[in-house]
Design a protein around this ligand. Sequence first.
Ligand SMILES: [Zn+2]
Length: 67
Amino acid sequence: MPVYEFECSEGHITEELVKMGTQNTKCSKCRKRAKKIMSQCSFELKGGGWYADGYSSKGSKTSKKSE
Ligand SMILES: [Zn+2]
């Protein structure tokens, strides 16, 4: 099963192993509902310019680039 990142309304990031298609989980820190984050979105938030110049030339499978 894949590991997904979830973010709650408090901004906590939780990594969880969940079934395909799971959209929500509970935050491990505050127990609020956390929504699944698509990896492309999280790169866009963290990296700013990375999305613009990295995505178009390398496609969608560069998931380890910023970690
Ligand atoms: Zn939280």
